[in-house]
Design a protein around this ligand. Structure first.
Ligand SMILES: Nc1ncnc2c1ncn2[C@@H]1O[C@H](COP(=O)(O)OP(=O)(O)O)[C@@H](O)[C@H]1O
Ligand SMILES: [Mg+2]
Length: 344
């Protein structure tokens, strides 16, 4: 194999898809072919398959402006003379028209075509399958087995499996009876060190003719806790505030405003939902509040196993992580602040 398949699981909004997009951009720059599909956004196996085929052949045809929703649309896209001329050696047309594939066959066709194009053109094909755990909803274990049997024979296609539901991803990849057992190298997304955020924020602002004061950066750091999505949302809101005031530098008051606006808006909406889902489990809600408030989740609780299960549930949902010596912390520090002010 020219490269190894990779699996990356981690909580929502820590930047997996952003990093994957950047990886694909870089490997494309170095001449590789790429394709990306998001299983979360595809309601059926047929849609997933058509998206995959279009993304794969787009490396040759350049066409991806209007992605097909179903097989009929896919046939008509691929049927255009200019497109089919560039795909003549793949026998795609025959497979689609004559064999009338089922959605599962179509997905298989997408995977096989990826390898074929890569091989014929002497390139590597890097395929991102985002929110991969949702494959289970589409086709269960059978579909997974079928995918693996194809993928594991491939030489030129390399896969990047990503997912936000770490417990499902880990089950898929780590449990001996699951289809993707020991199939991919597991990677972890390291936290972005704060100085790199500062550099990134300053560079981005510069393209808009803006700068940012150190005091404002400090507030962004403290309030967001360095969580990628929080950093971006608060920064955007602070930028808007500064611009509306006609400033060319983001100052401390803009950063504070950004924080409040993010809490009231985008992030508050997410946290409200997250908290509602956790509150369905009494032990989990109590444990989460305790962790947010810096208390020991086991303190004063009679059922230790209830707390242990609650902590597993919170970890499984990507809301908390457990560090050395059994110390827990929230993945999104701003969710902690929101809990302390809203949920008490
Ligand atoms: N490394 C990063 N650089 C810049 N922005 C980021 C980064 N990681 C995350 N973000 C911001 O956070 C948001 C959520 O990130 P995303 O990649 O969608 O996370 P995930 O795929 O883990 O759910 C993005 O839309 C982007 O604004
Ligand atoms: Mg994502």
């Amino acid at each position: 194999m020219m490269g190894h398949d990779i699996m990356l699981a981690g909580p929502r909004r820590i930047g997996k898809s952003s990093v994957a997009g950047e990886i694909l951009r870089r490997v494309r720059e170095r001449g590789a072919y790429t394709a990306a599909v998001d299983v979360f956004r595809t309601a059926t196996t047929e849609t997933l398959a058509t998206r995959l085929i279009e993304a794969v052949v787009a490396n040759r045809t350049g066409l991806l402006a209007k992605a097909a929703r179903d097989m009929k649309e896919l046939r008509s896209h691929l049927g255009q003379a200019r497109v089919s001329a560039r795909l003549h050696d793949l026998e795609l047309g025959e497979a689609l028209v004559e064999q009338r594939p089922s959605p599962e066959d179509l997905l298989e066709l997408g995977l096989v075509t990826a390898e074929k194009i890569a091989e014929k053109d002497g390139r590597r094909m890097v395929i991102l399958i985002d929110e991969f755990q949702d494959i289970q909803k589409l086709g269960g274990g059978e579909l997974l087995k079928r995918m693996r049997s194809i993928i594991q024979q491939q030489q030129h296609a390399v896969y990047l499996f990503m997912g936000s539901q770490a417990h499902l991803m880990n089950d898929l990849f780590a449990k001996p009876n699951e289809a993707f057992f020991r199939f991919a190298i597991q990677m972890h997304l390291p936290a972005v060190p704060w100085p790199e955020w500062e550099q990134y924020i300053e560079d981005r602002l510069r393209t808009q003719g803006m700068t940012i004061r150190d005091t404002a950066l400090q507030i962004l750091h403290e309030k967001s806790g360095g969580h990628p999505h929080s950093v971006m949302v608060v920064t955007e809101a602070a930028l808007l505030h500064a611009k509306l005031a006609g400033k060319t530098a983001i100052q401390a008051d803009d950063a504070l405003y950004g924080y409040i606006a993010a809490m009231d808006g985008t992030l508050g909406a997410i946290y409200t939902q997250q908290w509602a889902a956790v509150r369905e489990y009494k032990h989990a809600a109590k444990a989460l509040l305790a962790i947010a408030e810096g208390r020991e989740p086991y303190a004063g609780v009679s059922s230790r196993s209830g707390v242990t299960d609650a902590i597993k549930l919170l970890e499984g949902r990507g809301l908390i992580v457990t560090e050395g010596r059994g110390k827990h912390r929230l993945v999104e520090p701003m969710f902690g602040a929101w809990l302390r002010s809203e949920a008490s």
